[in-house]
Ligand binder design. Structure first.
Ligand code: GLU
Length: 316
């Protein structure tokens, strides 16, 4: 059980000085390498030289450093939360439409989707997340459901960034292609425009590292709500499976490297955020907008490496 694990180790670990130290080591590197996502015009304007880090333990202790309270576009990190909702609603039938294998291809690749007859490899590539959005739309007002989940998890209101959503809707040609392609194979039940409207809005959620570390808290607590006394977010079985997918598919084409060098389930987004889970102990969120060639935050990954090296925390 989540409450029984790691309490002794955590009692002796003071995370605030550690996050301050990581922030001090990362800040001189800001603005040196990497580029912000330029294919979404509203993201291209985000200043690159920012870095935040926040964590929340299973016991509810929090620590933060740098720009941890600055809201940013969570982009693909949202796929964690929509997947959680879809698994809650559909259980194992969800996997009739979506695979669970790493793609080994870019997150927005069309080639694999064609050879696999419109069935996305996993729920974290764009095609998979679009298929998840379709499943949620079939159940009702998916945007309202997602906002309600995020507000409950964070304990405060969370909003979509209308400008980012509009920017993606105006330029997301590849996502239109992916969705139309899946529709042509009969893999989407709802109208393509409606499915993409949901998808673009979930990607446009605006949250800070502090909020995301809190919101992902159920993933280190076997599905239990980050705040005690609230109803569970998902089952232990589902929480484990989401962690497994994060490890194998959560960081684009770099998942193997991330497992090798960091050894934690992670989900990244092209806004520069990365959520990492230390099961039974804590959730961590890092953010820095400049990305490496795989689409992951360059300094975010560096910060996670430092965190793991300094704490020895890893699932291996
Ligand atoms: N909204 C982005 C897209 O669809 C999400 C990409 C990402 O963060 O992986 O291209």
């Amino acid at each position: 059980m989540h409450t029984a694990h790691g309490e002794t180790a955590l009692a002796t670990m003071n995370f605030q000085p550690l996050l301050d130290e990581i922030n001090d080591e990362i800040r001189p590197l800001l603005g040196q390498r990497g580029t912000v996502a330029s294919y979404i015009p509203a993201l291209a304007r985000v200043p690159a030289a920012q870095f935040g880090i926040a964590l929340r333990t299973c016991q509810g202790e929090e620590a933060q450093a740098g720009d941890a309270a600055t809201p940013f576009s969570i982009q693909s990190v949202s796929k964690l939360f929509t997947l959680t909702l879809a698994m809650r609603h559909m259980g194992d039938t969800l996997w009739e439409r979506i695979g669970r294998e790493p793609s080994g291809n870019p997150f927005n690749s069309l080639v694999q989707l064609e050879s696999e007859h419109g069935q996305p490899r996993n729920p974290f590539i764009n095609a998979g997340a679009i298929a998840v959005a379709d499943r949620l739309l079939s159940r009702g007002d998916a945007k309202a459901e997602l906002l309600a989940l995020m507000e409950s998890l964070c304990g405060e209101p969370v909003a979509f960034d209308a400008e980012v959503a509009a920017s993606e809707a105006a330029t997301g040609y590849r996502n239109y292609a992916l969705a139309n392609f899946m529709k042509s194979f009969g893999k989407l039940d709802n109208d393509v425009q409606a499915v993409l409207d949901m998808y673009f809005h979930q990607c446009a959620l605006r949250m800070s590292c502090v909020q995301l570390a809190r919101a992902a808290g159920f993933l280190c607590r076997d599905g239990a709500h980050p705040r005690r006394g609230e109803a569970a977010i998902t089952t232990e079985r589902h929480a484990r499976r989401i962690n497994a997918l994060m490890l194998t598919c959560g960081t684009y084409d770099a998942a193997g490297d991330v497992a090798f060098s960091i050894g934690l389930p992670c989900k990244s987004g092209v806004g520069g955020g990365i959520v990492a889970v230390v099961p039974d102990r804590l959730t961590l969120c890092v953010w820095s907008p400049a990305l490496d060639a795989t689409g992951n935050s360059l300094l975010g990954m560096k910060a996670l490496e430092l965190f793991v090296a300094k704490t020895g925390l890893s699932i291996f």
